[in-house]
Design a protein around this ligand. Structure first.
Ligand code: PAF
Length: 280
């Protein structure tokens, strides 16, 4: 496994390789990332992982400074998972302090980025698109893999790839969960044991709504009410519990085509997101 820190280094390493699949990450890797890395192998002969805590996608009150950065552990997990190439740039490499214009280079897709996460985290998707566009241009992958847990991120990035003709294919892979349903997230480490139990209400709410759809309940106001009640019963602070068209991310009144049921809620100071896709 080759570990690179500069754009020049990864470009030189990349030239020796054929098709590469990229798994972009913020680091603090867990079993969800490892599963993405294993799945990535199906798409290209070489797997590259980027590890970079991107400041431009965090709001001023968010957890950028305390976001976990266990780089030695991350590299060991990558090695064990058979990763060929790691890109772990410094902040200065990605956003050179003498080039302030870099942070102004944004991709704006407001129809997809001002709803759900975008409404509660203004500017978040500008930062995500900015860093992922840079990573795509730096690593030049033929495929890129993302987890369904960040479904909106996948939709936004897919729209960016389509709109700007990035020569790669986007792949979304299933959310990995603990046996009790909790979606794996690097932020789960912030939870106390009691908060972890409370947090289970998020996946339970989504599963219950999904079962209700299978049982024939298609009015989304009823599904949303069910999800909200389960969350409130466990005293979670709800940012949103929503039912939206999986492509446009616009609210729907009835489940007809593929619909995203999505939740963002806070347990103490920890904000968690999760979702499921349902279909009539
Ligand atoms: O999902 C993440 O981990 C991040 O948003 C990403 C895609 C690596 C961009 O920083």
């Amino acid at each position: 496994m080759q570990v690179t820190h500069t754009i020049a280094e990864i470009r030189a390493a990349r030239r020796e390789l054929g098709g590469v699949v990229l798994v972009p990450t913020l680091g603090a890797l867990h079993a969800g990332h490892v599963s993405l890395i294993h799945a990535a192998r199906n798409f290209a002969a070489k797997v590259a992982v980027s590890i970079f805590v991107n400041p431009t996608q965090f709001g001023p009150q968010e957890d950028f400074t305390r976001y976990p950065r266990p780089i030695e552990n991350d590299l060991a997990l990558c090695k064990e998972a058979g990763v060929d190439l790691v890109f772990n740039p410094s902040l200065e490499e990605m956003y050179p302090p003498d080039q302030p214009l870099v942070r102004q280079a944004i991709v704006d897709l407001p129809a997809l980025t001002t709803v759900l996460e975008g409404k509660h985290r203004p500017g978040h998707f500008h930062g995500v698109c900015q860093v992922v566009a840079k990573l795509f241009n730096i690593v030049q992958p033929t495929f890129a893999c993302f987890g369904q847990k960040d479904y909106q991120q996948f939709r936004v990035l897919s729209a960016m790839v389509d709109a700007l003709n990035f020569p790669l294919e986007m792949k979304m892979l299933p959310t990995i969960r603990e046996p009790d349903g909790l979606a794996l997230s690097s932020r789960n480490i912030y939870l106390s044991p009691e908060q972890r139990t409370q947090a289970l209400a998020i996946s339970h709410a989504l599963f219950k709504a999904s079962d209700d759809v299978a049982a024939g309940i298609h009015q989304t106001n009823r599904l949303i009410a069910t999800m909200r009640n389960i969350l409130l019963e466990k005293h979670l602070a709800i940012d949103y519990a929503a039912a939206v068209d999986a492509q446009t991310l616009k609210p729907v009144e009835q489940i007809s085509g593929v619909t995203l049921l999505a939740i963002a809620a806070r347990v103490g100071n920890t904000r968690l997101i999760d979702n499921v896709l349902v279909q009539r």
